[in-house]
Design a protein around this ligand. Structure first.
Ligand code: ADP
Ligand code: ADP
Ligand code: ZN
Length: 233
């Protein structure tokens, strides 16, 4: 089975206590490189939320044996390195386990197709569905320059957001690495998968009136201010 690592833990709460109305349930949508991970971490800090990120959970389980599904590949990692979506059955299991003990959360990287969106709608309500809007021309340089902490998953960029000390995570001291799927070729494939599979999800939330689009351009601080303004109303 799949375990989900959370970067930020909520304060202690008694089992069975009702969900607090200040526990926001935020869905962050946007193409690869839009800034979902970067902003999700900041929102989790500010509002004391869990980050539920299917990408990180899958990276921690790249070698998991999923051959029993009888699909194209036998591990999540093979799909990820090809820039393809990991099968819904695997990803849905991650999300349902994470939602089970999250109160407030930021959901990043899920749902990525309409079937996942339908599954999610049976699992939880959402308070905010936010599209981080970034033009495609910006995404490739964001993604090819991205670096991540191998230990805690914190996100950096070689030019736009470097760590204080080269190769060392500011948050935990872990080693900063480049993801295997952040090469230019795989980035192009992932952007195509987004256009084909995930843009219909964005359209779905737009049609239901749930979606708010927020510009993801400008500095991370500027984008964060827009999100806080949205959530605080
Ligand atoms: P990014 O935000 O840069 O697109 P993620 O870390 O969210 O990257 O995802 C990396 C990879 O993990 C995806 O390309 C895909 O292979 C897999 N993945 C993550 N979330 C999902 C999901 N909801 N459904 C299917 N595959 C997923
Ligand atoms: P996503 O989770 O949507 O794929 P990330 O948060 O991982 O996106 O951001 C992708 C890359 O772009 C990272 O290297 C990150 O440091 C950088 N980045 C994030 N937000 C901004 C921004 N507002 N301006 C410039 N670079 C950014
Ligand atoms: Zn770290």
């Amino acid at each position: 089975s799949v375990t989900v690592r959370r970067r930020f833990r909520r304060h202690f709460s008694l089992a069975g206590v009702q969900r607090n109305v200040t526990d926001h349930r935020v869905l962050l949508l946007g193409p690869p490189g839009a800034g979902k991970g970067t902003q999700g971490d900041r929102l989790a800090d500010r509002y004391d939320l869990d980050v539920i990120t299917t990408g990180d959970a899958l990276r921690n389980n790249k070698q998991m044996d999923i051959s029993d599904l009888g699909l194209e590949y036998d591990t999540p990692g093979e799909y990820m390195d090809a820039g393809a979506l990991v099968p819904d059955a695997v990803v849905n299991e991650i999300v349902v386990a994470a939602l089970a003990d999250a109160d407030g959360f930021v959901l990043d990287g899920y749902p990525r197709n309409l079937d996942q969106a339908e599954y999610l709608s049976d699992q939880t309500a959402l308070d905010h569905v936010v599209l981080l809007d970034v033009p495609e021309s910006v995404l490739v340089e964001r993604l090819t320059g991205r670096r991540v902490c191998d230990d805690c998953g914190a996100t950096y960029h070689v030019d736009f957001d470097p760590p204080a000390e080269d190769g060392v995570c500011d948050d935990c001291g872990g080693e900063i690495v480049q993801r295997e799927d952040d090469t230019e070729e795989t980035v192009r494939d992932r952007l195509q998968v987004y256009a084909d599979e995930t843009e219909p999800v964005v359209e779905h939330y737009r049609e239901t009136g749930a979606l708010t689009a927020v510009s993801g351009e400008g500095s991370p601080d500027e984008v964060f201010d827009r999100l806080v303004e949205l959530i605080d109303g």
